[in-house]
Design a protein. Structure first.
Length: 453
């Protein structure tokens, strides 16, 4: 009994503490208050919007290409000879004007050949004049001989009548017959001479023609001894010296035309297709692309890659046939006239050989287009703000993208408010607080007309 009492006294504080805890819990439960119910309040998200508009659009096509001269002259010797004259500035990189004598070979051999050919021509001409004179003389002699033959024939007729009457002897008749035959032979001989004269004249004419051909060849050879700049040039590698003997077919120097430069730009087919569709000029029966397309309507701008601010204005002169097999791009040839005119190296160098350039072609679209910033299109979907400032998600069809803009083909009407911010969570119907972005609106109009970002 004492043991139980001692155990109870030992654990009494614990039991009392548990009892007090239960009493406090019961009091708290009895006096608890229900949580106040607060009505949900919807917060509007602030977003920047623009008004969708149909704007004039400058279509663009971009590509790259390496520049080259419009013409390159590789001077090759057509004749042989010793170099007797060499321009002092005939060196790699020098610039010379059109008509400048660059190089001259010894012309003496060809001048002698010209004199020889001219002498042959003069001799043949004299022979032909002689034949013309002989022909006139032979015609006069033939006329006289024919008159003598006529008289002889009359005399022979009279002798035959007299012989029948016995007035003259047979010997006299035979003598007249021999004279008449001799006269006939003389007439025939002169006729033969006249018949052979045209053949002789034709032979002399053929010889004269050959002499003229030889004279023309020798004159051309003499002309080929002088190398004159056919246009304003910039010299490339030079491989000839004064007093050097030059053989036929030997390379002498290279010169580039500085009046024009060209770039054959590789441009994606889809881009060029859009541009060419806006410059089509169909003509019945036209076969050449230059007749079916008004290439002069395309604006061309070239920029030197790696040199900010170095650019040139050009024009499209032709489109090379076929597509590049590896990249499936079109080869468009852009020409820059007088690339050295406004050059001031090193800030703005001239467009010269082997410069890597960026080419931009453009033309104003035939009709205005609906354009938006590319960032406003989310996987073929745009976000709109309706009249209640609620978010609407709408799919659209993008025709193409250009210069940071997306051209909308369908799905958007003019005057609608388009969200241009990137919302973390875009829920259909969420409340928005739209703010008009006028600066971006102006920037879009500027980009549509071809300005850069």
């Amino acid at each position: 009994m004492k043991d139980w009492f001692h155990k109870y006294v030992k654990h009494a504080p614990v039991l009392i503490g548990l009892a007090l805890g239960l009493i406090l819990i019961a009091i708290f439960i009895a006096n608890r208050q229900s949580p106040a119910i607060v009505a949900d309040q919807e917060h509007a998200s602030v977003v920047m919007v623009i008004e969708s508009r149909i704007l004039p659009l400058r279509l663009e096509a971009r590509g790259h290409g390496i520049s080259r001269p419009s013409e390159t002259w590789r001077a090759i010797a057509n004749v042989s000879g010793r170099v007797v004259e060499r321009h002092p500035n005939l060196e790699n990189g020098a610039m010379l004007t059109q008509g400048t004598l660059l190089l001259a070979l010894d012309p003496s051999r060809y001048e002698l050949a010209i004199a020889d050919a001219q002498a042959d021509i003069d001799g043949l001409k004299a022979e032909m004049n002689k034949l013309d004179t002989e022909r006139e003389n032979t015609l006069r002699l033939l006329e006289l001989e024919k008159m003598r033959l006529e008289l002889s024939e009359m005399e022979l007729s009279r002798f035959e009548q007299l012989s029948r009457t016995g007035t003259i002897t047979h010997t006299q008749l035979d003598e007249q017959r021999r004279f008449t035959l001799a006269q006939r032979q003389a007439v025939t001989a002169l006729e033969n001479v006249l018949a052979l004269l045209p053949t002789t004249i034709n032979r002399l004419k053929a010889q004269q023609e050959r002499a003229f051909i030889r004279l023309g060849q020798v004159k051309q050879d003499l002309k080929d001894t002088r190398f004159i700049a056919p246009y304003n040039i910039r010299l490339g590698p030079v491989d000839v010296e004064l007093h050097q003997f030059v053989g036929t077919g030997q390379y002498l120097f290279q010169a580039d035309n500085v009046d024009a430069a060209e770039v054959e730009a590789r441009i994606p087919f889809s881009m060029m297709r859009r541009l060419l569709g806006n410059v089509a000029n169909p003509l019945p029966g036209a076969k050449d692309i230059s007749e079916r397309m008004d290439l002069s309507a395309l604006d061309a701008e070239l920029q030197l890659v790696g040199a900010e601010g170095v650019s040139w204005t050009g024009r499209v002169v032709r489109v090379a046939s076929g597509l590049e097999p590896t990249t499936r791009t079109m080869r468009v040839v852009v020409r820059v006239d007088f690339p050295y005119r406004d050059a001031y190296p090193p800030d703005h160098p001239p467009l010269q050989r082997d410069m890597y350039t960026r080419v931009r072609l453009s033309v104003l679209s035939a009709s205005p287009q609906m354009v938006l910033p590319v960032s406003a299109v989310h996987q073929s979907e745009i976000w709109l703000v309706n009249e209640d400032n609620r978010l609407i998600r709408r799919p659209v069809v993008v025709a193409f993208e250009q210069n940071g803009l997306a051209v909308i083909e369908s799905g958007l009407a003019p005057g609608e408010r388009v969200v241009v911010d990137d919302l973390p969570l875009a829920r259909e119907g969420m409340l928005l607080a739209p703010r008009q972005d006028e600066r971006l609106q102006q920037k879009i109009a500027s980009l549509a007309l071809g300005s850069t970002l």
